[in-house]
Design a protein around this ligand. Structure first.
Ligand SMILES: Cc1cc2nc3c(=O)[nH]c(=O)nc-3n(C[C@H](O)[C@H](O)[C@H](O)COP(=O)(O)OP(=O)(O)OC[C@H]3O[C@@H](n4cnc5c(N)ncnc54)[C@H](O)[C@@H]3O)c2cc1C
Length: 168
């Protein structure tokens, strides 16, 4: 299980982690519209960010999982809902293709979806670690690489966004 990098159980229990003061400090130098937006964020709760190691089975008989229940991931690729939608697309296709054989459809569904969602779960962790690393080496390399990239260079995300013939 993975949590945010500055997270510590003791700090969470003491209420000193992820506080409204920390939020305001992080955005203090942002432009005015961003600060105005941050001021609108509810402050009465906070959610610790969790993911899980990918599972190798989502199905028991005529019950299967989809979305966050199947593959919870951290937010660094903004893919939680995207992958849930892809799951739904795949499930609909397989149910149609298997013509009412639900067990067969679920099996084909998870065979198609588990490898991809596992890759997204792992990549989201990796991206988060790169962005939040406290250095000194990784931030130096990260900033050097990112500042030299063309704005429309999506090389590292082609595997995620390129067209997939199997998807509708
Ligand atoms: C702040 C934030 C920003 C996000 N940004 C993005 C983004 O930019 N791009 C992206 O792709 N994803 C994003 N996500 C992730 C995305 O919201 C989730 O991955 C997605 O909603 C998962 O969909 P889901 O249907 O699997 O689960 P959920 O949306 O959590 O739906 C589960 C539903 O089940 C209900 N439920 C739970 N228990 C029961 C029960 N016992 N009985 C009946 N109903 C129950 C819940 O109330 C809920 O309505 C973001 C998430 C957050 C919190």
């Amino acid at each position: 299980m993975f949590r945010s990098w500055r997270y510590s159980p003791a700090a969470e229990l003491a209420g000193t982690w992820g506080t409204p003061a920390e939020l305001d400090k992080c955005f203090a130098r942002s432009c005015e519209p961003v600060r105005a937006g941050v001021a609108l964020v509810n402050r009465d709760r906070r959610w610790v960010m969790y993911d899980r190691e990918p599972l190798d089975n989502w199905t028991t008989g005529r019950i299967t999982l989809l979305g966050d229940a199947a593959h919870p991931m951290v937010q660094y690729l903004a893919q939680g809902a995207c992958q849930a939608i892809e799951d739904a697309d795949c499930l609909a296709r397989q149910l149609k293709a298997c013509d009412g054989d639900i067990v067969k459809a679920f099996s084909a569904y998870q065979a198609e979806r588990i490898p991809r969602t596992a890759m997204v779960q792992r990549a989201a962790r990796t991206w988060g670690k790169i962005w939040h690393d406290n250095g000194p080496v990784i931030p130096l390399l990260r900033d050097r690489i990112l500042t030299r990239r063309e704005r429309d260079d999506y090389t590292d995300l082609d595997w995620l966004y390129q067209a997939r013939p199997e998807a509708s």
